[in-house]
Ligand binder design. Structure first.
Ligand code: KIV
Length: 257
């Protein structure tokens, strides 16, 4: 399937089997995740925090994203490879198209950017270049410096209305799906009911969206230093890694010549 066909197939899942999405930042995780039949491999800019050791996503560059997108794409996944556009790579339509093309050339089949109504011109320009786009509204991690903390969105009716307006603007612009991050559950459900493309939730509660996305390290329990409150680990790899390393150390230290 071409990227456009894959994006259309995802959009057509509205109201059907919920979409599953996971972040992937490298070749082995992409292969393993793809073999499980996950629908979207998101090369998220969470990369900056859980792989590159930055305090937040605002340090991620297009070069970081292209490097890791290319590694994921080398797994030739069935899943859609979705590349995040880092902060300050979509401050104008021309800049957005240039960077979306860099991600596409690295192997992204669609790109994701943060924002709603304010991003319509950028999204229109990227779609005009033939690159499918997924939106991202609610809590926007790239705004951490101006907002000062990661806070739930949609707590007031005015905020809920703003989010619904943003979601409808994204649909109108032509996104094939949108991520809702840390939106209060009833507002996430209202957005899901209002839009004609799948919503993909993270930290929005159960059964409020048309699908779910998780950060791989949250799922695997492999990044114990920052665990969001909504994370539901299915494994505890940090402890597994530590005990394997300690076993190796013991083995080496007891093998005197
Ligand atoms: O970068 C990322 O991992 C994301 C998810 C939180 C949706 O954008």
């Amino acid at each position: 399937m071409t990227p456009t066909e894959k994006a259309a197939a995802l959009a057509a899942r509205k109201g059907g089997t919920p979409l599953s999405a996971l972040t992937a930042y490298d070749y082995p995780s992409a292969r393993l995740i793809d073999a499980c039949g996950i629908d979207i491999l998101l090369v998220g800019d969470s990369l900056g925090m859980v792989v590159l050791g930055f305090p937040d996503t605002t340090h991620v560059t297009i070069e970081h994203m292209c490097h890791h997108t290319a590694a994921v794409a080398r797994a030739h996944p069935q899943a859609l490879v979705l590349g995040d556009m880092p902060i300050d790579t979509y401050n104008s339509p021309e800049q957005a198209v240039r960077h979306a093309i860099m991600l596409r050339d690295a192997g992204a089949e669609a790109v994701k950017l943060e924002g709603g109504f304010d991003q319509v011109a950028n999204i229109t320009a990227i779609l005009g270049a033939g690159i499918p786009v997924i939106g991202h509204i609610g809590m926007l991690p790239q705004q951490i410096v101006s907002e000062g903390a990661y806070r739930k969105k949609g707590r007031t009716e005015a905020d809920a209305q703003r989010l619904i307006h943003d979601a409808l603007a994204l649909c109108e612009a032509g996104v094939c799906a949108m991520v809702l991050e840390s939106v209060v559950p009833d507002v996430a459900a209202r957005i899901t009911a209002a839009v004609n493309v799948p919503t993909i939730g993270i930290g929005c509660g159960i059964g409020t969206c048309d699908g779910e996305v998780a950060v791989l390290t949250d799922l695997l329990g492999s990044f114990p230093w920052f665990v969001p409150p909504f994370a539901k680990p299915e494994a505890h790899l940090a402890a597994t890694i530590s005990s394997a390393v300690l076993a190796y150390k013991r083995r080496v230290e007891t093998q005197a010549p």
